[in-house]
Design a protein around this ligand. Structure first.
Ligand SMILES: [Zn+2]
Length: 307
């Protein structure tokens, strides 16, 4: 049990009132915008490219998220049917993975709405969270669960299928509560970068140890650590146990590029990294968690944060 009291209660009502699953995104694209992958035509290539270019992934093993472009059409309706009503139950945020993700997104909003003005002098805009099953149409195109959790800057929404937490286990990660919350808070970290105007620096097509892509991903890990720091301090979360912290670090390490390369039977090749090594990812999360300072997450060396 990580969330304090009944933090998650009311999610179902909010979901209903926003007319879909989870909260409404900051800017709604509407189904019309989803025609773009179709226009690129040529089967799956257009939508795969679109997914690679515009989605910001949690792990390094996505990229296969695009399917045949035509399959996305007509499924826009079904994704809205995802139901979070069970999240109204007492303690649901601690009992159900989807309610936990929803509650995490909300507490990330709580934390950043103060943190971003205080430490970066920027106004916060609420992010959307969209919990889905199987596949989903987004402002960035069509994606499936295989992509893993991701953030789409075009509709300012994080997308997550909670079945991903089982994939994490198979990579040597944990599906413990803080590990799951880290995944959600990482995607919301990309939303912060989007507001900062730096997210566009990331380019998965130009990978490498010293790439902007890696710097952006490590910063998102660090931002997830910042969230954990303040969620604990503000008593949104119960005090984080050693065990939970270990699980979160273990998970950050599991999705390090070197671990994924090793597990997929390949050589460790730093020139192909997009998210950073296991060691870097674990350290980045801890840098945010222990300091609570955006300045400690300044992987882009911008020097613009309050010291
Ligand atoms: Zn990411």
């Amino acid at each position: 049990m990580t969330f304090k009291g009944n933090y998650g209660q009311g999610a179902g009502r909010r979901a209903q009132s926003s007319g879909g699953s989870g909260r409404a995104p900051g800017r709604s694209m509407g189904p019309g915008a989803l025609a773009l992958p179709m226009m690129l035509g040529g089967g799956g290539i257009g939508s795969v490219l679109l997914v690679l270019l515009l989605l910001f992934l949690f792990g390094g093993f996505g990229g296969g998220g695009g399917q045949q472009a035509g399959q996305g059409q007509g499924q826009y309706q079904s994704q809205g049917g995802y139901n979070l009503e069970h999240c109204d139950a007492p303690n649901a945020a601690n009992e159900y993975d989807d309610c936990r993700a929803e509650a995490t997104a909300r507490s990330v909003d709580d934390v950043w709405s103060h943190l971003l003005p205080d430490q970066a002098g920027l106004e916060y805009r609420q992010a959307g969270i969209h919990i889905f099953k199987g596949d989903v149409n987004t402002g960035c195109g069509f994606a499936t669960s295989d992509t893993g959790p991701f953030y789409c800057p075009r509709d300012e929404t994080a997308y997550l299928d909670v079945s991903f937490f089982n994939q994490l286990r198979s990579l040597g990660g944990s599906a413990g509560p803080l590990a799951q919350e880290y995944a959600t808070a990482h995607e919301m970290g990309h939303h912060i970068q989007h507001i900062e105007g730096t997210l566009g620096l990331s380019d998965y097509k130009n990978p490498g140890e010293d790439s902007a892509a890696v710097a952006i991903e490590l910063q998102a890990d660090c931002y997830a650590g910042l969230w954990a720091h303040y969620a604990e301090q503000q008593q949104i979360l119960e005090p984080i146990s050693e065990e939970q912290l270990k699980e979160a670090i273990q998970t950050a390490q599991a999705i390090g590029d070197d671990n994924i390369q090793r597990r997929s039977g390949g050589q460790v090749d730093p020139d192909a990294w997009t998210h950073g090594s296991s060691e870097q990812r674990g350290k980045a999360f801890m840098a945010g968690y222990t300091t609570g300072r955006m300045a400690a997450c300044d992987t882009l060396n911008r020097g613009v944060y309050q010291q």
